[in-house]
Design a protein around this ligand. Structure first.
Ligand code: TZP
Ligand code: MG
Length: 219
């Protein structure tokens, strides 16, 4: 197995600032590599490969290609759902949802340096998360979004504030975030902004990432 690039936990947490989540359907016909590269040049600090429709072979090939792209740029790769793909490509992190493998099982399977993030949709899940070996929470979704319509009820800014008050874990806000609402999401307690369409579907992904990064850095 390829060994994961040895990123410390501290360095990984620092990389949770502008978090790009990939989605083939949002690329407007451009290649994933082109959009990811532009996004990183604009200031994206970590990338999650999220491929709901690929078989294992193609998912693995995409993951290996992104590892090769991101390694020289010092940007960590997080794999959505698939522990096996993360292990096989030496990714720096895994992102799990409520219907994925239990966090404890994932933790037992992954090398200790591999990051685990978990999507939370209710305050009960947030309360439960304190007992779990997690590195960050995905607050999902903050706003309703056309990118993912089968979500739980959006947290909204008040919900995000409640999550902030309930945990010290880094919070990655996702769902409907763009430059026009980024400041209020950060003010409500998000440590990191995760976006799909604001960057993947932007006319200029690099410029869009730059604008979001500027707002994060200005906080
Ligand atoms: N999980 C919750 S909302 C979402 C995911 C993957 C999609 C976010 O997409 P966008 O385009 O940034 O609203
Ligand atoms: Mg999932």
């Amino acid at each position: 197995l390829p060994t994961a690039t040895p990123w410390s936990r501290t360095r990984l947490q620092q990389a949770l600032r502008l978090y790009l989540v990939t989605d083939q359907a949002s690329l407007l016909g451009r290649t994933l590599a082109d959009v990811v590269l532009a996004a990183v040049h604009g200031g994206v600090t970590c990338v999650q490969l999220r491929e709901k429709h690929l078989g294992s072979r193609d998912f693995h090939a995409q993951a290996m290609a992104l590892m090769d792209l991101l390694r020289p740029l010092n940007v960590p790769l997080i794999i959505n759902d698939r522990i096996d793909i993360a292990l096989a490509c030496g990714a720096q992190g895994v992102h799990l949802g409520q219907s994925d493998l239990p966090v404890q099982r994932a933790r037992a399977l992954l090398p200790p340096e591999v990051f685990i993030g978990w999507s939370v949709e209710t305050l009960e899940q947030v309360a439960h998360s304190v007992a779990l070996p997690l590195d960050y929470l995905g607050v999902s979704p903050v706003y309703a979004t056309p990118t993912k319509t089968d979500t739980a009820t959006p947290w909204g800014l008040d919900g995000l504030k409640e999550v902030r008050a309930a945990t010290a874990l880094p919070l990655v806000a996702i769902g409907g975030i763009h430059a026009g609402n980024a400041a209020e999401v950060l003010a409500a307690g998000a440590d990191s902004l995760a976006v799909v369409s604001a960057v993947c579907s932007a006319a200029d992904p690099r410029a869009s990432a730059q604008e979001l990064k500027r707002l994060i850095d200005a906080r």
